[in-house]
Design a protein around this ligand. Sequence first.
Ligand code: COA
Length: 328
Amino acid sequence: MGVGIIGIGKKTADNVITNEDLCKIMDTSNEWIVERTGITERRIATTQKSLDLAVEATKEALEGIDYDSIDLVIVATITPDMLVPSMASLVKMHLGLKNAIVFDLNSACSGFVYTLWTAESLMNASFEKTGRKINRALVIGSERISRMADWTDRGSCILFGDGAGAVVLERREGETGIITTFLKNYDDVNQALWCGIEYEPNPFSGDEVSPPRTLQMSGIQVFKFAVTAVNEVMEQVLEYAGMDADDVDFYVPHQANLRIIKSAAARFGQSLDKFQININTTGNVSAASIPMALYDAVKAGKIKEGDTIMVVGFGGGLSAGATLLKMW
Ligand code: COA
């Protein structure tokens, strides 16, 4: 029994913001950003909501697939347009996915890997019990991180961009798709990645101090965490599968910083050519980053049918995870 990818789609946000554009509104330089992060430009949504991005990516992923056959939709996001209804409910309503069970999942920049694992687990579990079978699922990452960024903090806002990516999963007899997944959560005791929500005070409690509503980040702490966590989850998922790094045809890591990707390639003795890199034009798109990178790799012909690939995510929580899968 296997769960694999049968459709993929992507939508980038409408407005290209280059490093030079950022120089006009803050004290930074193209050289600093490129050298420290690998980013030259990112897309920022001006007219699109997170839902618009999710819907467009999903439509592309569903090309040639019967909408009524979708049993499950999970949207990985930390920037939903609203808390209620969930983004997944809005996507369902917007596209008329009448048979789908839907919900959102928040695991920050690891969101796509956690959502892939959740969908695969639910699909398999549904066949072990009587009742509703989940044969096809949509896994979407959609973000408007630009709404959450602190645009007065040059140490963090330069990293982020907006966009969405989506994949359609199918469960098939006798085929290997997802091989295995390793997830790990760490405690963010130092508040290295932190962003609050502001609620109205209620009449029964005193004034609470709301945490900041923009993303507060300790770059150096997150960098150290990321390098360690990526190594750990990559090592563990390979061990689970009884494989080594050379057995993997292509790697699709979360696009947070080119230096983090280079460090992983070096640590596992792999050529950087085996790693998808599009952070230069996307920035960090959080939960949308991996499906967008996967899309670009597939469309560029870097990933072929039958290839073994690894997707690797890390981010707020703190959270990290890696999945090995065979491409259909
Ligand atoms: N332009 C110019 N200078 C900047 C700058 C900017 N945009 N942002 C920070 N600086 C300055 C700092 O003020 C500091 O100056 P100082 O030495 O005079 O105090 C100097 O550059 C070094 O800052 P530092 O924060 O130590 O840089 P860094 O090498 O750690 O790079 C990040 C910063 C954010 C690029 C890096 O830490 C990083 O990528 N961390 C991981 C972030 C991440 O992945 N987050 C998402 C996780 S999913």
